[in-house]
Write a protein that binds this ligand. Structure first.
Ligand code: FAD
Ligand code: SF4
Length: 479
């Protein structure tokens, strides 16, 4: 092993090339090039093969990272892929969009010793894209299908990961989703320059070829109640995500041309997918030739500012009430946004939207820090007499998401939810207060990450399998 690995002292860290700023602002294609084969091998060989690998500990899926890095360094790419996929249903998605700086790479020991982390995410993407290219990824072949069926509500990463695992166990699976395409936020939230849509579409195609049924344009609560679905299936998973946009309660908030982030991003993603989008085509949701102000500092805000710059906005400004060090999103994406010409106004908060019918500007106050809040983050308060105004033709609010009122939407008022509206589950069984109804992903955690949604979907599949086996056992004993 010694010869092949531990080369972090001799070989410098190298990430795949980023396309030039001018070129990438002209289109919505992903900004990173693929590793060429030798580079992936070389970069993998930098891994120090720690006895206790902190990258593995801090990956929500506990991926066997040092092992697949070693296999990659040895050019055993198919083995590397097999190992990577054994703990992750979408390694190529996570490789692209996990905030690695906070997870695996942020905890790499050679990063801590000043040599620059192993580029784990890029290698994970590389080996899985290679597996697709080489045809190593095949639909699930179920040898003996079980009679029991599971209904999954929500075709985002949590629902899809659970569906895939349950199908591997041999269950019949139907996924219901109110959108016209499967993928959840991977399709309609996250823009192409982070995650091109073919990456998601080839995954969902594979699941269809594996015998999983998809019912799109099917809204639970409207097209069927939760109870009706429960009667149809032996178990249910709720994986509906969180979609209620948080708002700012300030004067002028109802003016025209002020939009929630998801309206803006969905319109842009639909255009990229070739759909007709009336509100985009008539200019309403298009940032072209406009001065744009985005309010917020998370991943969604970064996606909005970078979408607006690609739509050829005149100017794009991001208002955030804390500073760069205290932004909640991925530091890598903030740096990408800065490179692309977004102007950040740190420690700034809107106090009034200005305009007659349409928004024409934003009145802003500067903020300052005073101590920390209950979560330990620096607490911003208004800096007196610091108000100023900025011109804006469109304002996008990216202030985070809360759960919708699911008990009401599902016509199941007795479904138990937390004070925040997230679904309450038993932490061991992942079951809700309804027997045989489980929940996973953002609707349980609140707005989180794709990698956590996948983890929850996989865990839920194991719990659902246990539940269904217990039912079968009871039937056999009773017979
Ligand atoms: C703009 C944006 C950018 C992001 N960027 C990143 C990133 O870079 N990296 C990262 O790790 N995470 C990112 N996230 C977070 C990540 O997308 C989510 O944490 C993840 O998608 C949650 O998965 P989920 O399966 O729980 O829910 P979702 O992906 O939201 O999927 C839920 C699905 O349920 C369906 N549904 C909802 N209600 C019903 C109903 N009543 N009936 C039928 N179907 C229903 C929805 O249509 C949707 O398809 C981002 C989020 C946003 C909004
Ligand atoms: S899934 Fe995410 S956190 Fe885990 S190894 Fe891959 S990029 Fe890192």
């Amino acid at each position: 092993m010694g010869e092949k690995m531990l080369k972090f002292v001799k070989i410098d860290q190298q990430t795949p090339n980023k396309r030039s700023i001018d070129r990438r602002k002209q289109d919505f294609e992903e900004i990173y090039d693929q590793f060429i084969n030798n580079k992936a091998k070389e970069q993998s060989s930098r891994c120090s093969q720690c006895g206790v690998p902190f990258c593995h500990v801090h990956c929500p899926l506990h991926n066997n990272i040092p092992d697949w890095l070693k296999l990659t360094a040895e050019d055993r790419l198919q083995d590397a892929y097999e190992l990577a996929q054994s703990t992750n249903n979408m390694p190529e998605v996570c490789g692209r969009i996990c905030p690695q700086d906070r997870l695996c790479e942020g905890n790499c020991v050679i990063e801590q010793s000043g040599h620059g982390t192993v580029t784990i995410g890029s290698v994970e993407k590389y080996i899985t894209d290679m597996a697709w290219e080489k045809g190593w990824i095949k639909p699930i072949a179920v040898k003996s299908e079980k009679n029991q069926s599971v209904g999954i509500i929500g075709a985002g990463p949590a629902g899809l990961a659970c569906a895939e695992e349950l199908r591997k166990f041999g269950f019949k699976v139907t996924v219901y989703d109110r959108y016209d395409r499967p993928g959840g936020l991977l399709i309609y939230g996250i823009p192409n320059f982070k995650l091109e849509k073919f990456v998601v579409e080839r995954r969902t195609k594979l699941l269809k070829e594996s015998g999983i049924k998809f019912k799109q344009n099917f809204e639970v609560g409207k097209d069927a109640s939760l109870k009706e679905l429960k009667n149809k299936h032996d178990a249910i998973l709720i994986a509906t995500g969180v979609y209620k946009a948080r708002d700012v309660d300030i004067k002028g908030t109802n003016l025209e041309n002020i939009f929630p982030a998801m309206s803006f991003l969905t319109a842009s993603n639909r255009k990229g997918l070739g759909d007709k989008v009336k509100l985009f085509d008539d200019g309403t949701l298009n940032a072209e030739n406009k001065n744009i102000i985005v309010v917020g500092g998370g991943d969604t805000a970064m996606d909005c500012v970078r979408t607006a710059i690609r739509q050829k906005a005149i100017s794009v400004k991001c208002l955030y009430r804390r500073d760069k060090e205290n932004m909640p999103g991925s530091a890598k994406e903030v740096d990408n946004a800065i490179e692309e010409g977004i102007e950040f106004l740190w420690l700034s908060s809107p106090i009034r939207f200005i305009g007659q019918t349409k928004v024409e500007g934003v009145e802003i106050t500067k903020m300052k820090f005073t101590g920390t809040d209950s979560s330990g983050r620096k607490k911003p308060i208004v800096l007196e007499n610091s108000e100023y105004k900025l011109k804006a033709d469109m304002v996008i609010k990216a202030l985070g998401f809360d759960p919708e009122n699911l008990p009401k939407l599902f016509n199941s008022e007795d479904l138990s939810v937390s004070k925040h509206g997230t679904i309450k589950i038993d932490s061991k069984t992942m079951e809700t207060n309804f027997s045989g109804v489980f929940a996973a992903g953002d609707i349980v955690r609140g707005a989180s990450l794709v990698v956590w949604a996948i983890r929850d979907g996989r865990d839920a599949a194991i719990q659902i399998k246990k539940y269904l086996h217990a039912i079968e056992d009871k039937k056999i004993q009773a017979a």
